[in-house]
Ligand binder design. Sequence first.
Ligand SMILES: CC(C)(COP(=O)(O)OP(=O)(O)OC[C@H]1O[C@@H](n2cnc3c(N)ncnc32)[C@H](O)[C@@H]1OP(=O)(O)O)[C@@H](O)C(=O)NCCC(=O)NCCS
Length: 198
Amino acid sequence: MEKPWYEIVDAAEQDWDFILEMATTASIFTFNALRSTSAERAEFMRREFPSLRMWVRQGKYRFLLARDRELDKPIGYLLLNLYGMDDLGRRQTFVEDIGALQEYWGRGIGHALFDHATEVTASLGIDFMGGEVAGNNPRWQAALRNRFELEAYRVVRACTPRGREILERCKQTVKAHEELQEQLKARQEKRARRRQQS
Ligand SMILES: CC(C)(COP(=O)(O)OP(=O)(O)OC[C@H]1O[C@@H](n2cnc3c(N)ncnc32)[C@H](O)[C@@H]1OP(=O)(O)O)[C@@H](O)C(=O)NCCC(=O)NCCS
């Protein structure tokens, strides 16, 4: 059978900078935008990264890396917590994070990373792998199409004026971001139309 154009391996020390950059960029999608801005999420990822490296060195987590074999470069990652627990305290693995370079989206790297994490989980004699998708990330539907079952809904209520203020501020940040995206898209379409007319 012909080898695929990509490979999934365990990240090595020289891959850390790529993963930090990727995880910081992907944090726009991987964390929920309900109570934090993208800047706060990126800052959190940078602050937490040294601990993640330590847990990987201690064998508590594994960083799976997707590599483009032809171009010999890293293109995606999945952070697997090997010591997660389900509601009854039984051990499970847990997908803490996953991301791929945007130019590679839609080419099966997500599937390859999840399938490799499934094999790692089974090879440890662990029956289940858990995960969580941010409420505003449409990829949860893909998870349910690909052998993940929906186990719970996570909900949150603001209980103080500061809590309500944080929700409102994040809502405004998301709204401003969406309006900016719309303007950029309208400008691109206008430019494309002008090019067609000229
Ligand atoms: C998650 C991620 C690594 C998937 O990589 P990918 O290369 O696009 O994945 P694949 O090509 O293997 O596709 C995997 C599934 O995700 C679905 N998918 C990919 N992008 C999607 C999107 N933007 N919206 C909805 N579904 C999407 C695909 O349709 C596919 O499902 P299917 O085979 O049942 O149709 C990539 O989209 C990414 O880096 N996203 C930003 C970070 C993120 O959202 N992480 C959390 C994911 S739960």
